[in-house]
Design a protein around this ligand. Structure first.
Ligand code: BGC
Length: 412
């Protein structure tokens, strides 16, 4: 009997140890470029003796991942670490289910190097609850260089110039805009379009949620611009994944894609070089301003055994060397301000400089499409209206009115 107890204890001990050195990671990084970046994180952890248990849930913007997370938390079995965005992190923190990273954050001085715009989401109630991996931004355009050259060679800097280039690409027999018809992708374009009508307008509509900005002539114009862009997509756009739209630009079948800088990860994975094979510009009319989103790893309360691995993972993520290695592959820029830009390509260097300038000039805004402008209920209400309008179910005037109403209803 005694022997049995000892053996059992030993087995349990071993199990506990295995858990202590394991992280189960829920994420939506499933495209080629995303998987390459994820691998940098995975390899880094494995080199510290931490086992990686993968829980991928595909779907840009992370809605499907958040649904999967809800099911796991409800079942009382949350994953150890979860990729999450902005207000979703705050929403989970409010439920009291997230872990506390303050010990490691304090030891490593995160307060001094992580920008305040990210800390707003990484901290709750004075405690660090998430480790930011990167800063992405949504107001980018990815253009096939040969297609641009054939269309006159000048990257557009205003709405009118954009339309002129798109018309030329069409005349040259290309699909001008590579797009995947999914609500979050349409909302991603909408970030850039709304910002192109003025930084103040973006702020009052999306950050302040001012009904007068949401149902305004400017918002009607924003929807008109969406309708115009809709006229440049191919017939098979519906339901297409974002990375397949990137592939159309990479392969020269389409002229450009309006997408966050995770798209750059796809170009790099395909061996393409910025400036030579593709061109990255800010959505015409939004130069100087940045709509950002930051992927953060939120740790769930899973008992003391796993906390060691969680803290190790958080510490690894915030190391300057990792921030450089990971973001070079992912297409994003570092989540800390003290990482050198040497290893980054021209688009990455531009991303870092744009972020610093936008922050200095008060032109840095959370992305509505990617959960950094308003909580999920409001974001989802916007998704619905933007998608319906994009698919011709309502005109621009009706869409602006519906947007104001949907946001008001979601605000409760
Ligand atoms: C995330 C990116 C991701 C993209 C597409 C965004 O919400 O922030 O990391 O690559 O979705 O999946």
């Amino acid at each position: 009997m005694r022997k049995f107890l000892l053996t059992t204890a030993a087995v349990f001990g071993l199990t506990a140890m295995a858990h202590a050195d394991e992280v189960e990671v829920l994420h939506w990084w499933t495209s080629g470029g995303e998987a390459a970046a994820l691998n940098v994180l995975k390899k880094n952890l494995e080199s510290q003796g931490i086992t990686w248990k993968d829980m991928p849930v595909a779907g840009g913007g992370g809605d499907a991942a958040m649904t999967a997370l809800r099911a796991r938390v409800t079942a009382g079995n949350p994953p150890t670490a979860v990729q999450a965005l902005g207000f979703d992190i705050t929403d989970w923190a409010k439920q009291g289910v997230v872990g506390d990273l303050t010990e490691v954050a304090t030891r490593e001085g995160w307060d001094k190097v992580v920008p305040a715009a990210l800390q707003n989401f990484s901290k709750y109630d004075g405690k660090w609850i998430a480790a930011p991996v990167n800063v992405h931004s949504t107001n980018w355009v990815w253009i096939n260089k040969a297609a641009l050259d054939a269309a006159g060679g000048k990257a557009p800097t205003s709405w009118d110039e954009l339309v002129a280039v798109l018309d030329k690409m069409k005349a040259n027999g290309l699909t001008p805009v590579a797009h995947g018809g999914q609500a979050w992708q349409e909302a991603t374009i909408f970030d850039g379009v709304v910002l192109s009508l003025g930084a103040d307008f973006y702020k009052s509509a999306f950050i302040d949620l001012d009904p007068k900005a949401l149902d305004s002539d400017k918002m009607v114009e924003a929807f008109d611009r969406m309708a115009k862009l809709r006229s440049y997509v191919d017939d098979n756009f519906s339901g297409r994944d974002w990375n397949l739209a990137s592939a159309m630009v990479i392969e020269g079948k389409a002229g450009m894609q309006f997408m966050g800088d995770w798209a750059k990860g796809e170009f790099l994975k395909a061996g393409k070089v910025p400036g030579k094979d593709f061109v990255c510009i800010r959505f015409p009319g939004t130069q100087g301003a940045v709509t950002f989103n930051s992927d953060q790893f939120m740790m769930f309360k899973v008992g003391d055994a796993s906390q060691k691995a969680q803290l190790q993972m958080a510490s690894d993520i915030e190391s300057p060397a990792f921030q450089s290695a990971f973001n070079v592959v992912k297409g994003s820029v570092p989540a800390r301000t003290d990482v050198p830009n040497d290893a980054f390509d021209d688009c990455g260097k531009k991303g870092m400089a744009d972020l610093a300038d936008a922050s200095k000039n008060n032109l840095l805004f959370g992305s509505m499409a990617h959960g950094h402008a308003a909580p999920a209920a409001i974001k989802n209400a916007l998704y619905d209206v933007v998608t319906k309008h994009f698919n011709g179910e309502m005109d621009s005037k009706a869409a602006a009115k519906a947007l104001a109403e949907a946001v008001a209803a979601a605000k409760g």
